[in-house]
Design a protein around this ligand. Structure first.
Ligand SMILES: Nc1ncnc2c1ncn2[C@@H]1O[C@H](COP(=O)(O)OP(=O)(O)OP(=O)(O)O)[C@@H](O)[C@H]1O
Length: 233
């Protein structure tokens, strides 16, 4: 089977400071790939570079065989990439429903039935449609950010630290929602996280990132035992 995403020697900087220093990995269609790394290792920078929000300074990204390294974010979105950003970036003064509509706008889609279809997987949001985004809890905002991304009808979702700052009870609900999507939809996902339980529950394979490079595959038994070969050093 040919790779859905192929990342080879990817480099990115903030100003003159190199952050991604040759990231290389590939993933198959339908795969849920976890990327585990401590603070500052380059997880968010990798997601932003894959989405085209930060330009690559070296290396290449191929999506379904096409070189997308120089494509703008909106063109990547049209090809099927969607980002659920760290911090969620909900529009606080817009209602939940209006936030979902922003997903349609991002993808230049006008069909409101897409929102109804997405909401079937988010019963909690159905009860909150008129509430302002800023009045939701962190966990509810995370569900909304995921649902908004699904409104763009992506094939590959880039999910950046979904558990950050979220209560454990709703983390379980987010895991259930994602497990449901994994079982029912033909989606692929890259999940970057520091939360071992979360990444272990959902990922088919987990890579570790250290200092802007993929440093290896994390063995399932190490994940289950909470033993991981990552270092902040
Ligand atoms: N806008 C920016 N300008 C300059 N440096 C930045 C910027 N954003 C991040 N960095 C630096 O780049 C490095 C990697 O940051 P990044 O956010 O990708 O890490 P991360 O693995 O996602 O960490 P975290 O879990 O803390 O979000 C860090 O040293 C960070 O300080």
């Amino acid at each position: 089977m040919s790779a859905l995403l192929q990342v080879a020697g990817l480099r990115a900087n903030y100003g003159r400071v190199p952050i991604l220093m040759g990231v290389t990995f590939a993933m198959e269609p339908g795969e849920y790939l976890g990327i585990l790394g401590h603070n500052g290792m380059g997880k968010t920078t990798l997601m932003r570079t894959l989405m085209g929000a930060l330009p690559a300074t070296g290396g290449a990204v191929h999506y379904r065989g096409r070189n997308i390294t120089a494509l703008a974010t909106h063109d990547r979105a049209r090809l099927g990439l969607g980002l659920v950003p760290q911090g969620r970036e909900i529009f606080p003064s817009l209602s939940v429903y209006e936030n979902l509509r922003m997903g349609l706008v991002t993808a230049a889609k006008e069909d409101l039935s897409i929102i109804d279809a997405v909401l079937e997987d988010f019963p909690r949001l159905v009860r909150l449609l008129d509430r302002r985004g800023g009045a939701l809890s962190g966990g509810e905002q995370q569900l909304l950010a995921l649902a908004r991304c699904l409104c763009t009808q992506p094939d590959l979702i880039l999910l950046d630290e979904p558990t950050e700052g979220i209560q454990p009870s709703i983390i379980d609900e987010i895991i259930e929602t994602l497990a449901g999507l994994k079982a029912r939809k033909s989606l692929s996902m890259i999940i970057v996280e520091q939360n071992l339980d979360f990444i272990t529950s959902l990922s088919d394979r987990v890579l570790s990132i250290q200092k802007g490079q993929i440093s290896g595959t994390v063995a399932r038994e190490d994940l289950l035992a909470g033993k991981i070969a990552m270092s902040c050093a």
